[in-house]
Design a protein around this ligand. Sequence first.
Ligand code: C2E
Ligand code: MG
Ligand code: MG
Length: 613
Amino acid sequence: MRTTTGSDPGQRAAGHQEALPAVDHTPSIDGSADGFAVPGFDAVVRLVTGSLGVPLVSLILQGGTAYWFADGNALPVHDPRALHPRYLEAARSTMPSVVPDTLLDERFREAALELAATPGPIRFFASEPVYTLTGQQIGALCVMDLQPRDGLSENEHTALRDAASLIGAGVVLRSYLGRTDPITQLPHRYAFFDDLRSHLHNDVAHAWVMAIDVAPVQRFNAFIRAMGHAYADELMRAVAQRLQGWIPARTRLYQIGTTRFAAVLPDHHILDDTSRLDDLVARLRQPFDCLGIPLTIQPGVGLLKINASELRGGDPLRLVMNASYAAQHSVRGWAVYNRLQDEHQRQEFFLVTELAAALTERTELDLHYQPRVDLDSGRCVGVEALARWHHPTLGLISPNQFIGLAERAGLMQLLTQWVLEHGVAQLAMWRRDGHDIKLSVNVSSSDLTADLVGRLRDVAEQHKVGLDALELEFTESTLMEHSATTRRHLTAIRQLGAGIAIDDFGTGYSNLAALRQMPATSLKIDQSFVRGMGTSRHDEAIVRSVAELARSMGFRVVVEGVETSQLYESVLGMACDEAQGFHISHPLPASDMLAWLAAHRGMPSRQAVRWVE
Ligand code: C2E
Ligand code: MG
Ligand code: MG
């Protein structure tokens, strides 16, 4: 029902190069992007039409915007230039007016009151000023008839006055609903966009948009759960106040989300002196005294330079929020929007959604198995399950790419569960076929919770596989990250009979004391050392001494990344129990495993070497 006919000339006139447009705090129902919707406006118009018996009703706002109705229905858009001066006069007058017959009135001699939609001139005209609840006049409600009338009866006048005040209340209601935050009383996101748009249209080359994120959403929700909404409201009021203390004069602060503020900075040289931004961050990092309870927030200030053409069809808030999010996790606390980083994040987000779908549909994920050979017997004693993701358009995505992603997106447990179910089911089949092999599954730090033990037991029971045929591989750093709790969960896994391997050993920073306390069964020496053995005597020495040390501490020693026969020969001569690597086999799809097992019944081994000797 929107029949907007003009923008506010007051807005157009204001503003010059350096200053933001003078902001009109009048609640506005002018043509904003979100459409016109004063609650109950239609009903009020129908009421007036019926009780006064007039066919035409219009609401004229002070800025010249007009909404027209004939017989209670909205009329199409009307050319603002054709707005008769009498309407504007009425919209700006605090007095009601009644013109019984326009053809007999001086003020209509120059130009008759006409509407394109009506067959003849308007003869009867009456107006009533519209006020907001706080007493600001915002325009007039006008009623018209094509016939002259004697005027308005007492009852009709009362009806028109009531209708005008209902509209005033509706305008305020809408303004509160759509434009002002009820807690901080700061203007909302819509107002931010309107102001940014008009700022950039005032021949200003560009603007700096600033977004201030106050707290990560999860933390804020936890805060609300702990302290209640009243505390959260108080905190937001306190933050708003602190921001107002920093923000340059004549610059408006907006609340664009529950924990997010924004401003359009008039200063085009904000980055010339970054100490101002440091000052803002320092102020926000000071603890807040929120109803007597001191609280520290984690602020992030994002900045985005934008011009009018970038605004068209763009989403500056998304971009600047990207920067404020990055800033929250930075030492400096503020950051300028970085397109590359944004694209990276979007790509990551895309992949996360795709991965989540892949995990539910389970048609794109697959497991490959890499054999592990016992160096004493030369026999394959186990396989490591390695996840593979075949994306329909992006092709094969490496686990190095998607494992970290799954971890960050909270999808890790889902992935591990899938690997466990899929891998153990496959192992059960091989073992039923008489292959005495074990299965190793990689698990991440987010898997290391109390229910991992239950998950492992359930899957083993379901497929009737003994838990001693399973091993979980944790990277060295995962194991070192956690301490007492980690050890408890690991001990529980050990008590079930499953093995625990320390993966990629040598890439973390474990000390020997911590290592000794780990209830692990095997230790996998990272492939970076193993690969270097051929060329670096240091690496050879490292592998040799780590293997000896680990074995003397009771671990079974596995060497990863054995790519060549020379490396294989070398590790045969060390205190290593098992080898894994491309020389033995690349990771294989399950369908190729049986053929591989048949063809590789015996790799070179210590027994074979001794036998030859
Ligand atoms: P990882 O657990 O250390 O697995 C060994 C990785 O080294 C595998 O890479 C394997 O293909 C590769 N590799 C094996 N032998 C050689 C060799 O001789 N030379 C070289 N250059 N590489 C070799 P992949 O499959 O790309 O996996 C990379 C990492 O992703 C794994 O390292 C593991 O940390 C992680 N990952 C793979 N699948 C899973 C999974 O299902 N869950 C979890 N949490 N992590 C996984
Ligand atoms: Mg591994
Ligand atoms: Mg490894």
